[in-house]
Ligand binder design. Structure first.
Ligand code: ADP
Ligand code: RBF
Ligand code: MG
Length: 180
């Protein structure tokens, strides 16, 4: 259950990411649980949980994180590679009582088309909160909307905004497709 009380407007120190951040990992966008996140207005691009082992992050704490995502070109839509701010969930989704861990990324951008099969490079800059169980889907969605605001405000700070230009984000050479 989410503890009561106001949330911090930003996450992480103003001076910039502190270790273990920035964390870098990548994976191919796969089909998720198909629970209608999109219908809730919060589509999440899932990558295989084995993506965490790229860089040795399999022991990363479950929770909600923010950072930047680089998306590879999509032959299907003709879109170019690009970088977007994102918020993401790593964990068991207690609200849904999942039995497998998932890695799902909500890009803070409005897309006209899906991009399943594209490759996604992630630079995680900070931890927002642990994952919670919720009394209702409505309160889960409300909290995710707040995560999006906290993530945006956090990345508006100079020491975080500069990671938008991290070369890792648009480096799709020799990416091995994990979890296929
Ligand atoms: P799934 O259960 O297959 O992950 P979702 O309802 O979570 O389905 O939708 C995720 C898909 O929606 C992504 O794989 C991507 O192709 C598409 N999508 C469109 N806009 C976004 C966005 N802003 N962030 C993440 N994914 C998006
Ligand atoms: N699921 C949970 O069960 N608990 C959470 O605290 C939680 N936080 C999330 C935060 C973000 C930013 C995102 C993108 C997802 C989160 N989820 C959480 C996963 C959510 O249950 C999943 O995306 C559903 O598919 C939404 O319907
Ligand atoms: Mg999803």
């Amino acid at each position: 259950m989410r503890p009561d009380g106001p949330r911090d407007p930003t996450a992480g120190p103003d001076s910039g990411p502190v270790p273990p951040f920035p964390l870098r990992l990548n994976g191919k966008v796969i089909k998720g649980f198909g629970r209608g996140s999109k219908e809730l207005g919060i589509p999440t691009a899932n990558i295989p949980v084995t993506g965490l082992s790229v860089g040795g992050h399999e022991d990363i704490e479950s929770g909600v994180y923010y950072g930047y995502a680089g998306l590879s070109a999509s032959p299907a839509t003709g879109s170019k590679p690009n970088v977007y701010p994102m918020v993401m969930s790593i964990g068991w989704n207690p609200f849904y009582k999942n039995t497998v861990r998932s890695v799902e990324v909500h890009l803070l951008h409005k897309f006209d088309q899906d991009f399943y099969g594209s490759h996604m490079n992630l630079v995680i800059l900070g931890f927002i909160r642990p994952e919670y169980d919720y009394v209702s889907l409505e309160s889960l969605v409300e909290d995710i909307r707040e995560d999006m605001e906290v993530g945006k405000r956090s990345m508006d700070r100079n020491a975080y905004a500069e990671f938008r230009r991290d070369p890792y984000l648009l480096d799709f050479e020799g990416r091995t497709e994990v979890g296929e």
